[in-house]
Design a protein. Structure first.
Length: 451
């Protein structure tokens, strides 16, 4: 009995110990899980090693994306650098070697975007609105070009005003009387600089707002007296008292022999070429988004300039500058400019303005009366704002500095197109296009032919 009781007691104690051990193991497992779920404390951050930073290599040219493929997938497929190579090593390797025949036959061409402003008039001299890019064809060196951009909205103007002060007194008086109407021909978005010339060129003001009080004051200061018609200062009439072509009363003859008659006309200086070149240099520094215009008020006579007409013309055609003009004085009278066609050497040219306007795509008005001069100001600015602009990518080499002849045609009968004859490439301005406004009409891009 006693033995049986002891066995039962020992068995119960073992069972109790086993139960306690299982409960302790479960509790330890629960605590371990709880400890594992507690996040670790944040570790203190250390500064990176600065001498390990390397400069970023220039981006490699990415391949054109396939039709229907996203840009990110295409860029991801193009490897840039490997783990074993640094950006400096990749840059020093140069272009990849040619491994396929198709790559060896690839021709890389640098294209340049060139823009041409042009005016379209009907048979009565009125502006023709409503043209589209389908109506226009542009040629460079006789080769048809693809129209990439076609603009119709006017752009803000940068106008360099050139005023001739070497005209006669009566002509200068007419210019002075009409000067007050000049400022009203421009818009508040335009900017104007003023140059005057006689025996030399003077810049009255740099570019200032067209509607500012400063421009009005400068135009008032630009008024001049003009010159009087010059007469000969030698001959019998140059003496105080002359009878029968002989000086009397002891008046000195100034070296002239009795019985002789001489007549010398002093030289006149009309530095028109220098004035246009000075205005063009000022315009070349303006924003290329603006339309560059030189507006000349002159009789067109040229004599005594340091710059030649050929040099000035090249500078204008290189920097995309148009020359517009109001002819005054004798040149404004119909039929008076015919002498310049048979120009006599060592004499002044009667009228050089038509050559500048024709070569650069501008126009001129011939006005003799003050009222006509005033009306020409608004008429010319209206025609400038009525121009179209066509742009194309030329495939000529940018290193070819030779003259490029251009021609604009409109596929409608009975119209007159006024555009520049050509241009010289400008390396500093070869890839820029003058966007007139945001509401432009770009020509559709042609779909590439399947290869």
């Amino acid at each position: 009995m006693t033995l049986g009781t002891q066995r039962m007691w020992v068995g119960g104690l073992a069972l109790l110990l086993a139960s306690a051990g299982s409960q302790a193991g479960a509790q330890n497992q629960t605590q371990a899980q709880a400890q594992q779920s507690v996040p670790n404390a944040p570790q203190p951050q250390t500064l990176p090693t600065l001498n390990s930073i390397t400069p970023v290599a220039p981006a490699l040219p990415s391949a054109p994306s396939q039709a229907g493929a996203s840009t990110s997938e295409t860029d991801a497929a193009v490897p840039t650098t490997t783990d074993a190579q640094t950006p400096e090593q990749v840059q020093d390797q140069g272009p990849p070697p040619v491994t396929e025949r198709s790559q060896a036959n690839t021709l890389s061409v640098n294209v340049q975007l060139h823009s041409i402003p042009f005016t379209v008039k009907d048979s009565k001299g009125r502006l023709v609105p409503g043209l589209t890019y389908r109506d226009v064809r542009v040629y460079e060196n006789g080769v048809l070009q693809h129209t990439s951009i076609f603009l119709t909205d006017p752009a803000p103007l940068s106008v360099a005003l050139v005023i001739d002060q070497s005209v006669t007194h009566d002509t200068m008086e007419k210019i002075n009387d009409s000067m007050g109407a000049l400022q009203g021909a421009f818009s508040p978005y335009d900017e104007v600089s003023v140059f005057t010339y006689n025996n030399g060129v003077k810049e009255q003001t740099t570019f200032t707002a067209a509607q500012s009080a400063r421009l009005g004051a400068v135009l008032e200061q630009s008024k001049a007296v003009g010159r009087d018609p010059l007469m000969g200062l030698t001959g019998p009439l140059a003496h105080d008292q002359v009878i029968n072509n002989m000086p009397i009363d002891g008046v000195a003859d100034n070296g002239h022999q009795p019985g002789t008659l001489s007549f010398t006309v002093p030289k006149e200086y009309h530095t028109l070429n220098d004035a246009i070149l000075a205005a063009a240099k000022e315009l070349a520094r303006t924003d290329y988004h603006r339309q560059r215009i030189i507006y000349v008020i002159s009789d067109g006579k040229e004599y005594g300039s340091k710059a030649t007409q050929k040099e000035v013309m090249r500078f204008l055609q290189t920097n995309h500058i148009e020359v517009w003009a109001t002819q005054v004085g004798e040149s404004a009278i119909k039929g008076m400019g015919f002498v310049d066609r048979v120009h006599i050497p060592l004499t002044m040219r009667d009228d050089v303005l038509p050559k500048y306007t024709t070569a650069t795509g501008g126009q001129f008005d011939s006005e003799f009366r003050p009222k006509g001069i005033e009306e020409s100001f608004s008429h010319i600015t209206a025609e400038v704002r009525g121009q179209y602009t066509v742009g194309y990518y030329t495939h000529e080499s940018p290193y070819n500095e030779s003259y490029r002849k251009t021609e604009v045609r409109v596929l409608r009968p009975g119209l007159t197109i006024i555009a520049p004859d050509g241009y010289y490439p400008n390396a500093a301005d070869n890839a820029r296009m003058r966007p007139k406004t945001a509401a432009t009409t770009p020509a559709p891009t042609p779909t590439p032919a399947p290869q």
